[in-house]
Design a protein around this ligand. Sequence first.
Ligand SMILES: [Zn+2]
Ligand SMILES: [Zn+2]
Length: 396
Amino acid sequence: MSTFTGVMNEFPGISVDRFDDDNLKSRIFFLSHCHMDHMCGLNNPNGLPGPLYMSPISAVIIRKQFPQIKEVVVLKGNEPTPIHYDDEDGTTKYVTVTTLPAFHCPGSVMFLFETNGVKVLYTGDFRLSKRLMLKMKLLKNVTGSLNTIYIDSTFLSKTYETFPGQIRSATTICDIIKEWLGKSSNHVISLKMPARYGYEFLFIEIGKRLKLKIHVNEGEMAMYRYIPELDNIFTTNSRKSQIHACFDWQNKNGKQLTCNPELDPSLIRVIKPTAMIWKEWQHSLDIVKKEEHENIRVCYSNHSSMSEIRDFLIYLQPKNVELNVVPADALKKQEMLNAVSAMLGNIESTNSDGSKSHLSEWDNLSKLSKLNFTFSKQPKDANEQFPCPPKRKKNS
Ligand SMILES: [Zn+2]
Ligand SMILES: [Zn+2]
């Protein structure tokens, strides 16, 4: 859950992934992907006081969901785009922005901001293996020259050193589905996700490999129907599918289908793709855990693991690191700080020019834990006020 304030020290007048309160003083805006904790304030009926830049897929969703936002600007992938804007003091500035794929959900991108020799990379949410990272030319070009990286630190903890690749997880899940649905045409799979969005890549793999449609509610379909990658993956007709991802916050264990409450529970196998519970996981271990009543947990993550984050930081050697996801819990926070400090020690030892990388200070964080943030309520529609996660506070 992003706790990023939306503002980068290097670029006053720009807000990224945060569009409420003080962010509305910004002149230009950027959206990395269409997950709710990155879209706070977009439902403002007055729209935004400047253009909102994003990937082509995000633009399709935003134009449909938030028609009151008048200036939606599409950025083509891997193409530097020069943008002029006035900062808060009215001074004309310019910045060149390039998007890179973030491999988190359809349309998700990282932003590379450059001006007068200042280079900043904002990852948004990302899942990047070392193999993919080494293939990306643009990353190679900025190695050693980034002033700051604003990074998705969701799993920056030694508890989550590594995760299986998304393809391995998807293959396993497809095998489990095939085995269960092979029993009879009455057997069904209930995919129980820990969050409403973020599993789109997995849905695509399931749909394509098994050539079966996945039942979702109209709420999710309202967003998915505009994403070309998701064409023919879903149906809102519950009777037309043996695979259900019809999200329901009330249905805690998924053992009853909300769309078909009469169905005999013994015909339902629940699959829970999760990352959080897979603490201390290693590649030699299984990625499947069987639970009671045919329920199965499979390790799946659309955020980078600790080792992927480490590879990324050591490869890029940024001068500063800002964490986009900071836990509210004091102990977890300290653990994250220790983990990233250890990584930065590693970067220092590899910096060729002898310069040091440092972690920006984040204090006053205890305040976050006092804020009562809840994300458990399913908004009825896109225009309903949705809850925003607390922004992390920083020492000035
Ligand atoms: Zn996300
Ligand atoms: Zn269903």
